[in-house]
Design a protein around this ligand. Structure first.
Ligand code: MG
Length: 340
């Protein structure tokens, strides 16, 4: 009996040692940073009025039925040629270093990681943005992010931006939620479309949080919320224009809304901690159920085995009957308390 106890104790230890993972996915522009990233330094440094730039790229998109992101990416290359200044990765990264972030963002990730760890949960952070990946990579929080999914350029052999490599917009943003859940992280990995059984997901959908600020985040908010995860709408604390989040909330897109204040005593911190608490409690229950499932599964195997033997008594050879009996005895030894 002691051996059996040890057998299960070892299995249980292994089950308990497996830490659940949760993910927070962030939009970038006006969710983590207070303006569209292109507006900060990139466009001003080209001596272009940012309003003029957006007007022109908007018109280009409209006149040509063009994707908005592809339009501004094209406009930027056009301007760089016109001004005789090459668009290089380093240039974008330098622009990223100047991007302003909302209050508390710079310390948010470590604080939340520590809080989640104290509840036995491993927390990962992802950015899913229509903005430029190279700029986000230059921002001071890039090191805290497990993976940045965003629009990006293809660079030629001279290192100059030449063509869009990725253009991320509202609906194709959702593919990255599937990538994160299924663990097929690379942008080119087409296995993202394969069906993955719940127990094989790298991160369960109900352990995913999505934070965004606008209508372009709706498909992601909807996807995450409909699968049991959590979506949070944020608004600029200084401008305090809440009509967007009220609308999203009334339309059932959001679990929470809050000012984009990431500091320790903010509402956002409070809500995310509540979410972490709920995920941790849910995972603890799942762990205990997984432990109960082990001997119960052994019992199920025995039942199925005996049912099969009873169903086809004449089909089994003597050798098969002996083997079945042996399997039955082996199973008996692995099922505590079923014969008492
Ligand atoms: Mg945004």
């Amino acid at each position: 009996m002691k051996n059996l106890d040890e057998f299960y104790a070892e299995i249980n230890r292994e089950i308990r040692a497996k830490k659940p993972i949760m993910a927070i996915c962030y939009d970038f522009d006006k969710t983590l940073s207070s303006d569209d990233m292109q507006s900060f330094t990139l466009i001003p440094s080209f001596d272009i009025e940012k309003d003029v730039f957006w007007q022109e790229s908007g018109k280009l998109a409209e006149d040509n039925l063009m994707d908005n992101n592809l339009a501004w990416m094209y406009e930027l290359i056009k301007y760089s040629k016109f001004k005789g200044r090459s668009l290089k990765r380093e240039y974008f990264k330098a622009a990223g270093a100047k991007v302003e972030l909302f209050k508390g963002v710079d310390t948010w990730f470590k604080r939340m990681n520590n809080y989640a760890a104290s509840k036995g949960v491993e927390l990962e952070h992802y950015i899913i943005s229509s903005g430029l990946k190279e700029i986000i990579e230059g921002s001071k929080i890039a090191g805290e992010i497990k993976r940045i999914y965003a629009s990006s350029y293809y660079y030629n052999t001279d290192g100059v931006a030449e063509w869009p490599a990725q253009a991320v917009n509202y609906t194709n943003k959702t593919q990255f939620i599937f990538r994160i859940a299924k663990g097929y992280m690379e942008e080119y990995d087409e296995r993202v479309n394969q069906s993955v059984p719940k127990e094989n997901l790298r991160i369960q959908y109900d352990n995913i949080v999505y934070i965004g600020d606008s209508a372009t985040d709706i498909p992601c908010m909807r996807l995450v919320k409909s699968r049991g995860g959590y979506s949070i709408g944020v608004f600029d604390p200084e401008k305090n224009n809440r009509s967007g989040v009220y609308q999203l909330y009334n339309d059932g897109r959001l679990n929470f809304y809050a000012p984009a204040d990431y500091s320790a005593r903010s509402d956002l911190t409070k809500y995310v901690k509540q979410i972490i608490n709920e995920i941790a409690a849910k995972e603890q229950i799942k762990t205990e159920q997984e432990i109960l499932r082990q001997p119960a599964n052994m019992f199920k195997m025995k039942v199925v085995l005996n049912q099969t033997a009873e169903k086809f008594p004449n089909k089994l050879t003597d050798k098969e009957k002996r083997e079945l009996k042996k399997m039955n005895q082996d199973l008996d030894e692995l099922i505590p308390g079923h014969n008492n």
